[in-house]
Design a protein. Structure first.
Length: 129
């Protein structure tokens, strides 16, 4: 992996896979701009120490994939995007929540990427989402 001066935008950066992705990117010297909803960062489950998001190469951007404006603002200047954010609870009592996050949220990510002429979006999912 070659690093770039341009940050990589990551959604789902506080999740199980997202924190590990961010950690791998910064270990290779890659700046990351992480979209986060939380005010407090916690280490991923099963690990000790500070969150991998607490790193000099990581810029935190408060926002949500259901808020297109926060994506447009956060993605400015990024040429690559990893979209990992999802609502993995297929048993959701309200299917509208599932659709709002996993369908509309994904559309928002791709619309923001298109607006910024992002070169590459890597979309990840599980069998359930």
């Amino acid at each position: 992996m070659t690093s770039s001066a341009d940050p990589i935008f990551v959604t789902g950066a506080t999740g199980f896979i997202g924190t590990r992705l961010v950690q791998a990117l910064v270990q290779h010297g890659q700046p990351v701009r992480a979209l986060v909803r939380r005010d407090r960062l916690e280490p991923p489950p099963g690990t000790n120490g500070p969150s991998p998001l607490e790193h000099e190469l990581v810029e935190l951007v408060r926002g949500d994939i259901t808020d297109r404006d926060s994506l447009v603002c956060g993605m400015a200047g990024c040429r690559r995007v990893f979209h990992l954010a999802a609502y993995a609870k297929v048993w959701a009592r309200d299917p509208k929540t599932y659709v709002a996050i996993n369908v509309e949220g994904m559309r928002n990510v791709f619309a923001a990427a298109e607006q910024h002429n992002v070169e590459r979006v890597v979309f990840t999912s599980t069998v359930r989402t």
